[in-house]
Design a protein around this ligand. Structure first.
Ligand code: PMP
Length: 408
């Protein structure tokens, strides 16, 4: 039924051949960072061996080639997100920087006392702390949409909390800690009915499902390259053109200006360049483009369906472990399995299972308020990608059973 040829997918990832503590690597920390296919790694060699040059400013051949590849990636990203125009795509260092850009530019210009910003208890710290910092500076009120015991956002509470004072709703597409998929299209509709904008943290959305920012009708969408088979150091902010145009510059410097003078006001470049001060991560941006092509060659619907199969297999398999409690049981979940085990601390499980070659994440997953609502301060988290296999899930669950036996 599933056409994903996982053996073929795995051949693209040299790192999957390595051993850890003498055991084959089983990499299940994909929500933190996905691995990188050789096609993406090769972009770096090609760039630095053939056309390394600063973009936009040069008239020489190398600068032209680098600029064409960099700007060409903007079109790749536009198509990946279903955006209307390439100028709606801003390259950033990652999701964190994209959210800080919206807070620092749109937020600082538009938010003040009497205004409200709605976030949720499901958020990663990167969609909490920028709003807390700005709220302290500008005096607006930050309100939090609660989650239920499954880790599902309480939509009734959302409708109660939102009002004419709400200027922005900022929520993630998919929770990194639990895997909960949020109904962002519905939430966008409600936000717009109240005259609010909606920002979606898509760090965990973009890697697992086809995103269409126009279909979702969201105003801002952010994601990171390193979670979608691309490199670190690069990410994307999508923003609706009219919003980006009205927003003041965020960081100042080269590349983002039209003219600089001491005698007249400095003027700024058009979007998206107004928000890309300084030399960007050129090779990383180009490599991100290759990663998104790689994803497109397999197809996100197929990747998502494969991950669902792994999730289902893992969820069934861990149920045999005594005292294991799943944290996050939303009906609509991406490939994330978060859990705690009675009598075995998450950190100890993580350390011991690493000895078996299995990489999972343990800790608060940058979501301390969320974990607190479940009465825990750490979970173990296994998260899946296109190259994981049911056999790896078995190695993980067998290992988990052994490790838990040792700890109790
Ligand atoms: N939001 C979510 C939901 C995430 O999972 C992450 C990364 N763990 C981030 C934001 C931050 O992404 P980055 O560290 O790449 O900026």
């Amino acid at each position: 039924d599933l056409l994903l040829d996982v053996a073929r997918v795995r051949r693209d990832f040299p790192i999957l051949d390595r051993e850890v503590h003498g055991k084959p690597l089983v990499y299940l920390d994909n929500a933190a960072t996905s691995q990188t296919p050789s096609q993406v790694i090769e972009v770096f060699e090609d760039y630095y061996e053939r056309y390394n040059a600063n973009i936009h400013r040069g008239l020489h051949t190398l600068a032209d080639e680098a600029t064409a590849a960099y700007e060409g990636t903007r079109e790749t990203v536009r198509a990946f997100l279903g955006a209307a125009e390439t100028r709606e795509i801003v390259f950033t260092r990652g999701t964190t920087e994209a959210i800080n850009l919206v807070a620092g530019s749109w937020g600082r210009a538009n938010l003040g006392e009497g205004d409200e910003v709605l976030i949720s208890r499901l958020e990663h710290h990167s969609n909490i702390v920028p709003w807390q910092l700005l709220s302290a500076e500008k005096g607006f009120t930050l309100k939090v949409i609660p989650v239920d015991e499954r880790g599902v956002l309480d939509q009734a509470a959302y409708r109660d909390l939102i009002s004419e004072r709400t200027r922005l709703v900022a929520v993630n597409h998919v929770s990194n800690a639990l895997g909960t998929v949020n109904p962002v299209a519905d939430m966008a509709k409600v936000a717009h009915q109240h005259g609010a904008l909606i920002l979606v943290d898509g760090a965990q959305g973009a890697p697992h499902q086809q995103v269409d920012v126009r279909e979702l009708d969201v105003d801002f969408y952010a994601f990171s390259g390193h979670k979608v088979y691309g490199p670190t150091g690069v990410g994307v902010l999508y923003g609706r053109a009219e919003l980006l145009e009205a927003m003041p510059p965020w960081q100042g410097g080269g590349e983002m200006i039209a003219t600089v003078s001491f005698d007249a006001p400095t003027t700024f470049a058009g979007i998206p360049h107004k928000f890309e001060a300084g030399t960007p991560a050129i090779a990383e941006v180009i490599a991100l483009g290759r990663a998104l092509q790689w994803v497109g060659e397999i197809g996100l619907p197929l990747i998502g369906a494969w991950e669902q199969r792994l999730l289902q297999h893992a969820t069934e398999s861990v149920s045999r472990i005594d005292g294991l409690r799943l944290i996050g049981t939303a009906p609509d979940k991406a490939g994330v399995l978060s859990f705690v085990v009675e009598g075995a601390h998450a950190q100890d499980i993580g350390l011991l299972i690493d000895q078996l070659g299995v990489a999972i994440r343990t800790g608060h997953h940058c979501a301390q308020p969320l974990l607190a609502s479940f009465g825990v301060d750490a979970t173990c988290r296994a998260s899946f990608a296109a190259y994981n296999t049911p056999e790896e899930v078995d190695v993980f669950v067998d290992g988990l059973e052994r490790v838990v036996g040792m700890l109790r």
